[in-house]
Design a protein around this ligand. Structure first.
Ligand code: PLP
Length: 403
């Protein structure tokens, strides 16, 4: 059992809320029927599953039949991007994505590219923002699908989704997907107001269970199933559903929506204290100043490796992430920061601290005390390892990808 860790990595995953665990337990212990079975035990599971669909839909301003339950954000995104692209391929084999998408979107698009699709990648500005007019310019009559994330998981920048959706839909029949996995607990996600055709969310980013997610599919929108077998989820996602997970996701989402008004300002206040504590010479806050998720404090530290800083902090009992999404030991740096125009040397110093609803003032006090010495030690290590040309020779091992 891990204790005494200050957990500031809520963008990676969040602790399961006690209220959510409480509602899930009866479904794990007693309500274990298969929702496709016709007998009473199956019907009880079906009723719980239908109720979860209904509650998730209500939170998103949708209807129950527009919700498909999946195994998480990655699966929702794969189903939306690949399933939507194949369904729209009669129009043409073209996709449009932004340069700062999560690897689930980027990887799905690259997969489709290997199957004959053109992939247009729209760039971002220094704050990580996508210009709706740049998306409009990339959409052609041959475009099957456009995917732009609601908010970025590395730097927190929120995208103008409604404006992008309006531009996309000037071309009749083009599908618009928004990855709202990181945005879900913090931004109102009314699918009508946003104007999306497809929207992905995941339970574990909002105090729900890992391994369960949902995809909103607008009524009348056809997508090609990516998983074959039974007729579950109205033929859109085969496989026996995780009823306890669905109930957990529905409850976590309801709580997040209900508490948004109080949680957002509180969490943003904690994030602002963290940001203020690091801002100074050689530290640059990344992402949009105001249009950003309330929980992410992201910055780059000059002349230091983000991986060294987070390793030092981890040894001190503070969990956070580097901002880099790169392969272990490789020289690759965050595609998000490079798309935002940060040179590779600067992007290497990226750190992401992300607070959550259970984060306390004392947690933030502890982080504020630990950060400056960790940065100094990382700078000293960087200077000591610099080669004759001033570049570091022993880059810290890096995670495979930033969640
Ligand atoms: N999209 C974004 C923006 C994310 O932050 C994540 C999680 O890291 C995902 C997609 C993938 O979600 P999951 O971990 O549920 O597969």
């Amino acid at each position: 059992m891990l204790r005494d860790t200050v957990y500031l990595d809520h963008a990676a995953t969040t602790p399961l809320r006690a209220e959510v665990l409480d509602v899930m337990l009866p479904h794990l212990r007693d309500g274990w029927g298969n929702p496709s079975s016709a007998h009473a035990r199956g019907r009880a599971a079906r009723a719980a599953l239908d109720d979860a669909h209904e509650r998730i839909a209500t939170c998103l301003g949708a209807t129950a039949r527009e919700i498909v339950l999946t195994s998480g954000g990655t699966e929702s995104i794969n189903l939306a991007v690949k399933g939507g692209a194949w369904a729209g391929s009669a129009r043409g084999h073209r996709l449009v994505i932004s340069a700062v998408e999560h690897h689930a979107v980027e990887g799905s698009a690259r997969h489709l590219e290997r199957h004959g699709f053109d992939v247009a990648v729209v760039g971002v500005d220094r704050d990580g923002r996508v210009d709706p007019d740049a998306v409009a310019a990339a959409v052609t009559d041959r475009t099957a699908l456009v995917s732009v994330m609601a908010a970025n998981n590395e730097v927190g920048t929120v995208q103008p989704i409604a404006a992008i959706a309006e531009r996309v839909h000037r071309h009749r029949g083009v599908l618009f997907h928004a990855d709202a996995v990181q945005a879900a607990p913090w931004l109102p996600l009314d699918v009508e107001a946003l104007g999306v055709d497809l929207l992905s969310i995941a339970g574990h980013k909002l105090g729900g269970p890992r391994g369960v997610g949902a995809l909103y599919i607008r009524r009348g929108t056809h997508i090609v199933a990516q998983q074959h077998g039974g007729s579950q989820e109205r033929h859109r996602r085969a496989g026996t559903e995780d009823v306890a997970g669905a109930v957990g996701l529905a409850t976590a989402l309801e709580l997040a929506v209900r508490e948004m008004g109080t949680a957002v300002p509180r969490v943003a206040g904690l994030r602002d204290r963290l940001v203020a504590s690091v801002t100074g010479p050689g530290v640059t806050v990344t992402g949009h100043r105001t249009d950003r998720l309330p929980h992410i404090a992201s910055f780059v530290v000059a002349d230091a490796e983000g991986g060294t800083i987070t390793t030092i902090l981890d040894l001190e009992g503070l969990a956070c992430s580097t901002g880099s999404a790169c392969a272990t030991g490789s020289a690759e740096v965050s595609h998000v920061l490079t798309a935002m125009g940060y040179p590779e040397a600067e992007a290497r110093g990226a750190v992401r601290l992300s607070v959550g609803r259970a984060t306390t003032d004392a947690d933030v006090d502890r982080a504020i005390a630990l950060l400056p010495p960790a940065i100094e030690r990382a700078r000293a290590a960087h200077a000591a390892s610099a080669g004759p040309d001033g570049t570091a020779t022993d880059a810290a091992p890096r995670p495979a990808a930033l969640p």
